[in-house]
Ligand binder design. Sequence first.
Ligand code: ADP
Length: 629
Amino acid sequence: MANLKLSHIYKVYDNGHKAVNDFCIDIADREFIVFVGPSGCGKSTTLRMIAGLETITAGDMFIGDTLVNDMEPKDRDIAMVFQSYALYPHMTVYENMAFGLRNRKMPEDEIKERVLKAAKMLDIEDYLERKPKEMSGGQRQRVALGRALVRDPKVFLLDEPLSNLDAKLRAAMRTEITALHKSLKTTFIYVTHDQVEAMTMGTRIVVMKLGYVQQIDTPMNLYNEPYNKFVAGFIGTPQMNFFDVKLKRDGDDVHVTFTNGDSVTIPYEKVSKIHSRYLDGKTTAIFGIRPEHILLDKEGEGLKFIVTNVERLGNETIVHGKLGDHLGEFTMKDEGNNIIVKVVDRDDIEVGDVVYASPNPNKVHFFDAETEVTLMSRIPPYNTVEARVAPNGEMQLLNSLVPMPPVFTAPLKGVDCFELNVPPQAIVPGNDFHLKVARIEKVDDKRLAYLANGDVYLFALVGEDVKEGDDYGFSFLNEKVNVSVNGEVVLKALDDEISLIGRFSKTEIKENGERVLHFFYDIGDYLVETAPEHGYKINAIDGDACYKKEYRYTVNRDLVQFVDPTSNGLDGKVLELLDYGNVRFAKTEAFGQQFLLKVSPDFKESNVKIAFDSKDVSVYSTTIDMKIC
Ligand code: ADP
C-alpha cells in the first residue's frame, strides 16, 4: 500500500528527445491510475521511471514519503507486469512465480504459501506444473500477474498487459484485473493505448500526447468535460463529431452556424460560460458533439444531411452521413462535413435518406479554433467587464463609480471606454461593486458564483457564506486584472512570481579536515546558499557545464524580504512606485533586471536590498523549457 507523488518530472533522452514534460500527479493509496494516449506519447517512459528502469532527468518522485529518484528498482517495492509476459520458458509456472522470492532467500514454505494463494486468486492452480509454452496467452498473462502478486508489492505497474490477447479475452481480463485491484487494496498504475481499457478500469485517467499531460481526471469527467479537442476526440467511440462554426448570441438563444450555412440554435443558458468574444457571429470556433448526443428525425428541424452508410450493431445503429454544401445540395466528393450519429433501437434509416440532426443542448462542446482548448471551462479563465472613464476621472463599471487605480491612469490617457479582464480568482469580498447571485455551482472543492450582470454573468469564486439570491459585495484585486483598449492589452496583470536570471556556483571549504561542497544561486553579487541536494540535482542534470550556464530563478513575490543594507542580499534601485489602489509595488532594477516588489503604503526608499530563502526558489533551465528543482 502506498501513495505516489510525481513532481515536475521530465525525461530527456541522450539523443535530446524530450519524451516527458513536467509530469505532476499525486496518486492516493489504492487508486487505479491509467496512463493513456497514442503510441509515443511517453506513457511507458513515465512508467519505467516509476519502476526505476529509466533515470529521471528532472523532478522528484516519491513513493510514500520516500524520495526514490536514485533508488534501485529492487528497493522500490514495486512489481511490474509487461505486455510480453517475460516468463522463463524452461521453468514451470510454479518456478516462474517462485523465482523472485527465491532470489530474495525467502523460506520455501512461505514461498509455497504465497504462490498457492496467488494461483488461487488467478485461477491457475491446475497449471502450476506446466511450462509457459503449454499455456494460452491469457493463462500466461495470469502467470505474469501472479509473479507480481506473490511479491506483495506496494505498487503494481502494468505496461499494456492485455495487448497480446484477443478481444474477448481482453474484455474478460479487464474485469479480472479490476477485481484483483479491489481485493488487493493496492495502488495500480496501468499503461494502455486503448481508451476502452482506460475508461473501464481507471479510477483516474491521465491522457497524454507528445510527452505532455493533457488532462488528469475521472473517466466521467473526461467524457463530459474534456479539457481540449484532443481529449474529446480520444475518449469515446465512435469519435466526437467536430465542425468549424460561428456562434452568434441573440437574446436567450445562440445560433451555431456551420460552414455550409446551416445552423442550429442552443439556449444561451447552456453555454453561458463561453466568453462573449466568441459569440459575435464572426469568430470561428470548433463545435463538438458526440454521436450518441444527436437526435435524428426524418423531417423537421435540425442539421440536414444525407446518409452515406449505416452500421447495424443490434440495439445500436451507427449512421454515417454528409452535410449538404452551401446550396443545400449533397456532393459525395466533398471531404469535409462528415457526421456520425449513434441511435438506439431504430431500423428505419437507410443509405440515401435525407435526415435532420439535432444536437442535445446539454451535451454540446466548443473549443477555441487555434488552441483547441475548451471554451466551457468549469471555472471560466476570465470575465470581461466594460468600463468607462467618468468625467471626474473615476472608473464607471458594473453600475458603480469607483476610484481609478493610479497605475491605470497613464495607459488610459485620452481613452473613454476600456475593458477589464478579471479572472474569477481576482474577485474578492469588498464594497466596490454589488451584484445579485443568480446561481452557485460546486466545482470540485470550490464554489463558483454566477453574478447577474445585465444579460451576462460575472463568474466569481465565493466562500460558504454566499448563497443564491444574495446581493454580493465585492472588489477586484487590481494587480491581477488585464486592462485593454479596443482589444489591445495596455496594462498586463501581474503573475505571482518574480524571475531573475543568474548563475550557479560552488565552493569547497575545509571543515574539520574534510572538504565540503557548498552550492549557491548566484545573482549578481548575491549568493543564496542552496541545500546540497538541489546543488547535486543541478549538477546531475547539466554536468560541470552548470557552473558556466545561466539559470532562471523564480520566487513568489510575497516571499521576497527587504533586508538592511549590511546584510547579504541583492542591491536594487527603485525606479518608480506603482499604486494599484489596493496595493503598491516598487519597480526595482537590480543586476540589469527589472521586477516589481510589493511594498507598504508608506514606502519611500530609493534603494533596497532584498533577499529570499533558497527553499522558496524554483530553478528553470534557460536552454530548454524545464523546471530543474
Ligand atoms: P509510449 O509508451 O507512449 O508509446 P514511450 O514512452 O515508449 O511512448 O516513448 C516516448 C517517446 O520517447 C517516443 O517518441 C520514443 O520514440 C522516445 N523514446 C523512447 N525510448 C527512447 C530512447 N531510449 N532513446 C530515445 N528516445 C526514446
